[in-house]
Design a protein around this ligand. Structure first.
Ligand code: SF4
Length: 76
């Protein structure tokens, strides 16, 4: 599955503990210069594991909110 968006990693907050790299069920993350990076972005399935285990809250999942222009199934 290829997602349009992957979680964002704040390189300033990342302390390089590698927890997210080791626990990502999709092996989508790797380390570059001691900072977590999506080295296999196409493998990300948005499990949320990385965000949950990061001790510094360096990872945030991005959500896209789409407004349909409709309310209650009817056009206003
Ligand atoms: S879990 Fe957080 S602090 Fe640790 S390597 Fe990943 S992004 Fe960096």
């Amino acid at each position: 599955m290829v997602l349009d968006y992957v979680p964002q990693i704040d390189p300033v907050k990342c302390i390089g503990c590698e927890l997210c790299v080791k626990l990502c069920p999709s092996d989508a993350l790797g380390m570059i210069n001691d900072v977590a990076t999506f080295t296999a972005e196409e493998e990300c399935e948005y499990s949320g594991t990385c965000q949950e285990i990061c001790p510094t809250e360096a990872i945030n999942l991005v959500y896209v909110i789409v407004f349909s222009g409709e309310k209650g199934g009817r056009r206003q």
